[in-house]
Design a protein around this ligand. Sequence first.
Ligand SMILES: [Fe+2]
Ligand SMILES: [Fe+2]
Length: 310
Amino acid sequence: MLVSPQGEGRSLKALGGIPPYSIGVEYEVVTAHVVRSAFQPLVREDWALPITMNILFIGDIFASPGRRIVEHHLQRIISDEKISLAIANAENSAGGFGITPSVAQELFGMGLEVLTTGNHVWDKREVYDFLPREPRLLRPANYPDPLPGTGLWVGKARNGVQCAVLNLQGRVHMSSIDDPFKKADELLKQIPDEVKVRFVDFHAEATSEKVALGWYLDGRVSALVGTHTHIPTADSRVLSGGTAYQTDCGMTGPYESVIGVERQAVLHRFLTQLPVRFEAAKGWVELRAVVIDVDEETGRARSIKRLTEV
Ligand SMILES: [Fe+2]
Ligand SMILES: [Fe+2]
């Protein structure tokens, strides 16, 4: 448990200013069933050790506007939030549709450690040969076995803590691929017991399916965050078993659009039902992410908070 010498949850104002031995920041933090303004200290009880296991997860990076805003903010976020593991969903990072090897390398070069994807991972054929060669680029694990790539990464975060990242995809209003619930069980069996910190990107359309998998994995993973809809939800919380949860992280890309796509083309499609060429929108860009504080010894989440950058 992270506590300051004065105890958790007291504001700097209440403490009468910044004491010489304790510094921190105030956030709107969501802990188990409680939303409050909390004092998050940058020291442990023994206040000699740094805070340890903060995970950053960035929602679907959409085309070059999404990549540029990540490039602009990522290193500052990693520094400000004391991030140990930076993950992003990159299924739309190449022109809005799919990902290429060069775009993946560009994103790794910015400081992202693991990239997850979703249904759009198959849009660019040049990534098919790349997936088996790049274990840090995941595709949903529950696609049929013969497809290239993997949905599980196990490795060390920048603080040396062993972590696992899982990528799964829903089946409600999506392709009828393998059962994500059973596949999650399979993947968890493959992860060594000593790897306590476990993050899941669940790429799915239906809120019900996302909430259900959240509860199914509650207490077995540190966090489950949804992607795919490109619309951030406001339901961040830590479930009773210790799993941080948010139904959808939202998109990192142009918001004057229809989920990233140039809006006139989408309107034409809805109004006429004719096929149209979709292109990435321009204009107002936002970065949507979550930061999850995990107890690296138990794997339980302490808190989850939403992050928006413009
Ligand atoms: Fe997406
Ligand atoms: Fe998707």
